[in-house]
Design a protein around this ligand. Sequence first.
Ligand code: LLP
Length: 463
Amino acid sequence: MSRSAHPAGPRHGDVLPEGHFTAPPADLNGLDARVWARTVERGAEGAVAVGGVDVSTLAEEFGTPGYFLDEEDFRARCRAWREAFGPEADVFYAGKAFLSRAVVRWLTEEGLHLDVCSGGELATALAGGMPAERIALHGNNKSEAEIERAVEAGVGRIVLDSFQEIARVAHTAERLGRRQRVQIRVTVGVEAHTHEFIATAHEDQKFGIPLAEGEAAEAVRRVLMLDGLELTGIHSHIGSQIFDMAGFEVSARRVVGLLREVRDEHGVELPEIDLGGGLGIAYTPQDDPREPHEIAKALGAIVTRECESAGLAVPRISVEPGRAIVGPTAFTLYRVGTVKELDGLRTYVSVDGGMSDNIRTALYDAEYTVSLASRTSTAEPTLCRVVGKHCESGDIVVRDAFLPSDVAPGDLLAVPATGAYCRSMASNYNHVPRPPVVAVRDGAARAIVRRETEEDLLRLDVG
Ligand code: LLP
């Protein structure tokens, strides 16, 4: 990474940020609509507000750190995906991004389906009232108990991930006297342009059955022979935080290729294809995600073209966005505890959370922005690193950010675009209780997941 003197004055120290930023933003008090939830704005007093409630009120009522979620934005994004894909397609929200019973209710009301990948997510989906036929169960190593629970509940789809699982699900369905609808997850050999840990369709990885060497075709043969299974389609998920549609294009082409092989060999036209999730969002203003209608149009065109050339009827398409729905809808609110100015380096601003509520910076080098949220400031920008309270130097929330140089203990900082994979990947590292998720809408705020307490932690410690 290049390090050189910053032109804007000594308060920036002598290093440039290593990420996207090369200079402080023109207006440190501004809230860039690309990274903030829809109803976020600064109120008359200068404090950031969401859903008409300002952060000082939210911090007082719910404490910090906390995730504050714009319910109107969440619902609007659900509707945008539904409308973009239309009645001929299904949008499965990927629950791993963030799931709670309230979220399940919103999804149900907005007409979405739900992808779950564990017994816990399935239990939450059912407890939140999602009709079982709108649930898909995923996972590369589903337990017998998870499979049984899903079949018994009557989930609309189990996505088969291995040859062993084909036998397991068939056996469970037959034992329960059911015929379970299934898809087969294939790996199409596409390496999406994303972090290595979240790229999933190249062949050297644990998910799915490779299309290569005829393995997926063999999986289809086996499934078609089993009474307990009804094969409805083929599934492919190529990775996460993807901006480029090229990977989806290759994936769709290869999946349709398998549909054609299946038709030629078995005389069966499978009625569904699922192209997975993975659509990127803006974590910083430099990120430029596609809108749902552009994605729907592009995917629809690719699948239609490939099916026409294969002489197949166009199957029902489904997609599984998680991050693209919930990611932009929430910000994490922290309170500043200490500020250390390291001469000639940078300023370390310590907040009351950290890698336990957002592991993404440490795990994936994820980039975030941060704003002083409890007030505006006209102080000059200073290069900061926003760090947490954990006993580990990699405990970084925002690696490089400009904050007003008068940032001080007691200030509230907000980190936008933390709706996906922050609460759902939160931990109790250092026995820190996990923060609440608070939904805000039309001037009213309510916890949809309450803050954990030390009592909660001790309850698991049985002596
Ligand atoms: N469908 C399947 C089969 C998946 O495995 C995933 C994500 C999704 C859909 C949703 O992907 P999304 O649209 O949210 O990108 N913890 C990582 C992301 C891991 C994603 C795993 N699978 C992160 O924080 O970036």
